[in-house]
Design a protein around this ligand. Structure first.
Ligand SMILES: [Zn+2]
Length: 431
């Protein structure tokens, strides 16, 4: 059933093919094509901010072999260990961490052909590749509609109790952003999580798609991720900081009532910026969230390659973190054991507002959602001094359990209530 559904989702009929390729050609010399070409030129040539780059992470220690749920997963990164050592000694050099540029992960030929020859060049690439470009152009065409929807979703969610707020925001992003950037528009939110709304709360009445989002097995890190896009990519929601507008305004009013009365128009602009900065609290880089997303990324990477080795082995498989304002991307290649995490949270909106999505961030999200056609395979092998995460070496024989990790398992793991010594063969230690 699932296999046939996946087949239907990825293979398009001849009629669909003709309609979609005609639609792609309609974008020739369009405003959307122009925007996409300019942004892809930045992404495929620049190295530094605002283009994302990735830190090459090494794991010092973890509980990967303990078969724990994602909520109990812990990972102690080597860089954190080295920083703690420096703090303890009160001197020392900043630890070195390798940096991987986004452009070096990309399959640049299609980007160059698109920039040089427009949409017409795309038709010589496999169907999945030009469909991905069509999806991006369609999204740019309808961007305002999605921006308005997301703005409404966030505003509505802010009125809800904190227990359901993040799920409402994620449902909105799953429907109006992530799924809109993959050709089959497929996503599923965790069917067991009752806090997800039945319909998108922007008012568009779209039904929120639910499904089994389990990743991992009893002997590996495991649990249900918040959302799976295109049956492949996990998205986890971070706690959206309480909106600056009300609380921060209250705070300002208590602190500086007179200054508020003297407000001029330029003050309003700078206040908006201050509020925006207050909201920006690096939720997605906060250690607890980071540990969870790394564990999910590693486990989902193994499970995806186990599911479809022919098509997915050798890729850096992405996992996303998202709040109402930011996105993070974690990449793991289970074959090379290389682990990358985006250097900083990336803003979903142009600074200071939630009116206009940051198109460069959208392009980065689109690239990793369509990683099988836009990024390079076995790219870890071409980086001379890339570090392995060290997980393979640490797991030793236990690695087999990760290589056999599954998706959509219906595990219901109960905590052990028996004595841990019940099956022990105790032998006297000779004195
Ligand atoms: Zn909606």
């Amino acid at each position: 059933m699932l296999a046939s559904r996946r087949k239907m989702a990825t293979v398009i009929t001849t009629r669909d093919h003709d309609q979609k390729s005609a639609r792609l050609r309609e974008f020739c010399e369009s405003e959307e094509e122009d925007i996409a070409r300019k942004l892809l030129e930045i992404i495929s040539t620049e190295s530094e901010f605002p283009v994302p780059s990735f830190l090459n992470l090494v794991i010092n220690n973890s509980n990967a072999s303990a078969g724990k749920s994602f909520s109990d997963a812990w990972i102690y990164l080597q860089v954190c260990h080295e920083i703690q050592e420096i703090v303890h000694k009160k001197y020392g050099r900043y630890p070195k961490v390798g940096l991987v540029y986004l452009k070096d992960l990309l399959d640049l030929s299609v980007f160059e052909d698109f920039r040089t020859y427009s949409v017409h060049a795309l038709m010589s690439y496999p169907e999945g590749c030009w469909l991905a470009f069509l999806t991006l152009l369609e999204f740019l065409h309808e961007k305002e509609k999605h921006e308005e929807a997301l703005e409404k979703v966030i505003a509505e969610a802010k009125l809800l109790p904190s227990g359901v707020r993040d799920q409402h925001i994620l449902a909105g992003f799953a429907h109006h952003l992530f799924s809109q950037l993959v050709p089959n528009n497929m996503y599923e939110v965790d069917e067991h999580e009752k806090s997800f709304p039945v319909e998108c709360v922007c008012g568009c009445k779209a039904k929120i798609c639910r499904g089994n989002t389990s990743v991992g097995s009893e002997r590996t890190w495991h649990g249900r991720v918040d959302t799976i896009v295109n049956d492949m990519i996990a998205v986890t929601v971070g706690k959206t900081p309480v909106d600056g507008s009300k609380e921060d305004d209250d705070e300002d009013e208590n602190d500086e009532p007179q200054r508020k009365q003297r407000k001029t128009e330029s003050d309003c602009d700078s206040d908006t910026e201050v509020n925006y900065n207050k909201r920006h609290k690096c939720v997605l880089l906060e250690p607890k969230f980071l540990e969870k997303i790394l564990a999910k990324s590693i486990t989902n990477g193994f499970a995806q390659v186990h599911r479809d080795k022919n098509n997915l082995s050798g890729f850096f498989i992405p996992t996303f973190g998202v709040t109402s304002d930011h996105v993070s991307i974690c990449l793991y290649d289970p074959e090379s054991d290389c682990l990358l995490h985006i250097r900083e949270e990336y803003g979903l909106w142009f600074p200071g507002s939630r009116k206009k999505l940051n198109e460069l961030t959208i392009i980065a999200i689109w690239i990793f959602l369509n990683f099988t056609v836009l990024t390079r395979r076995r790219v870890a092998a071409v980086f001379e001094d890339i570090d392995k995460s060290g997980l393979h070496a640490a797991l030793k024989g236990y690695l087999t359990h990760y290589r056999e990790a599954k998706l959509k398992e219906n595990f219901d793991i109960q905590p052990t209530v028996e004595s841990p010594w019940k099956y022990v063969h105790a032998h006297p230690i000779k004195s």
